[in-house]
Design a protein around this ligand. Sequence first.
Ligand code: NAP
Length: 519
Amino acid sequence: MSEIKGVVNHSGQGVGVVTEMPMWKEARVVVIGAGISGILAGLQAKERGCHVRILEKGGDLGGVWHHNRYPGVACDTTAHTYVYSFAPEAEFTRRVAPGADVKKYYKSVAKRFDLERLVSYNKEVVSCVWDGAAWNLKTADGESLVAEIVIAATGRLHHPVFPDIPGLSNFQGNCVHTSQWDETLDLSGKRVGIIGTGSTAAQVNSVLSRIVKKLTVFQRTPQWVMSMPNWDIPADQLDKLKADPAEPRRYFDQLLRDIERDAQAQLLGDEAYVRKVKESIYKGLDSVSDSELRRKLTPNYEIGCKRMVISDDFYDVMQRPNVELEIEKIASIESNGVRLIDGRFHELDALIIATGFKTDAIMRPMKLRGVDGISIDDVWEEDLVCYRSVAIPSMPNFFMINGPFSAGGRVSYTTWIEIQSLLVNRMVEKVLKDRVALMPTLAASIASVEHIRARVNGTVLVKGGCQSWALDAKGRALVDYPDPKVLEDEMRTASFADFEEFPLKPLLAKQTTESTSIS
Ligand code: NAP
């Protein structure tokens, strides 16, 4: 159980920057991305008094909660813990919030802290090059910027994966990836196929199965599906949350303790926890009356190896008369449907691609070049080498939130990124105080990755007998960090002895006429 005390400013006034010190006011900070971690990084840099600019490739802030608008999109974790600890929320009335409400919360935080004026939308950063004293950034629409510090908060769930199935582009009906949903698409009364059975597909299927003529679910691997009702927050609890400004934070802490306890038990395969969860899951599976369907839906790997699907109607949906589960391998996609390896054919009007995201594309296709022109593709050619998730060798004053080995998909995402920001803040603070460029040594970075992997290797993520996007093609962990307590400790104890540093030239000399000032 983690005590996240001290991660943020508990007064509720600030956004986690706790040190008072003389500021290098001219320092320019570019944050790439205005998702949940970009908003946090932007708020913290702004609170320090730096010149901040947040560049967002999308048309609004919110990251995944802006981009994902598929039917049924919701945040399946407890809404009250999917918020910043410095901005707890009393307004959520149910355990799970719809995606639009989650986005609304982040918009409201940006407004409350006067952040949105610092965000530029439709600004995809295409290159970021270190010139010896600062980063030179270029955006797809031709803007040039200079910044002494860059914080990449680019997320990992936004490069859609399309399955490598022959003929996909030949399909003549509607074909859409869930993250690129066309809100004008009306699938009522249609024959719809969906490829993929992850958390996204479960949410989509719940809605579509009520309106389509027929839904064919193409499953490659069965999922462990945890039933968790989306209960109303009891009226007395809601009153309490609204009456006392300290109560939302207390509620957050209380929920967090349970979530983190369960997450640890799941990752470490705690026997009592697994038994309890299995009992609950099997109640759902046992509700499937057709034994053949039940067999097809039963996974053969450990609980928690893939992130569990959370749904309160999954098994009902799969038993609706207009829903069909197909487990045969897909051979090809033809203009009007899906052909299976055994020759059978499913004729379809629409095909939904729910096959997730390319999680190792972190920051790319952006061109990133650090000292001596070395590119991120070179640094990461063999492996995602980085220091405690947040810094990369050869990339001075370039920090990440939500980089490699930073995810805790089973815990409070916001707590997780606040913990990472502890080290980002420590490094930013040092850069501002000493006017230096700071980058981790290669040796310390390699050691850091080995250290994290040794921990992840002991968890169900690696030992659980499945393939998931938490692992790379060689089966090595690349996404998760196993424990918030350890992560917090790593962020707090990282030593500057693990970094190379060199002085920066006086500022403002760098400001060129063609580049934009950050204010
Ligand atoms: P996902 O978890 O990566 O699932 C992708 C699905 O597509 C899997 O069933 C996978 O099967 C299947 N698939 C991939 N390539 C395939 C191929 N070539 N042929 C057939 N099937 C293929 O993707 P997601 O459901 O979009 O979720 C992405 C992330 O967002 C996950 O971390 C998820 O937990 C998160 N999410 C969270 C929420 C929330 O409420 N908090 C909601 C939605 C999503 P295999 O299992 O065989 O690989």
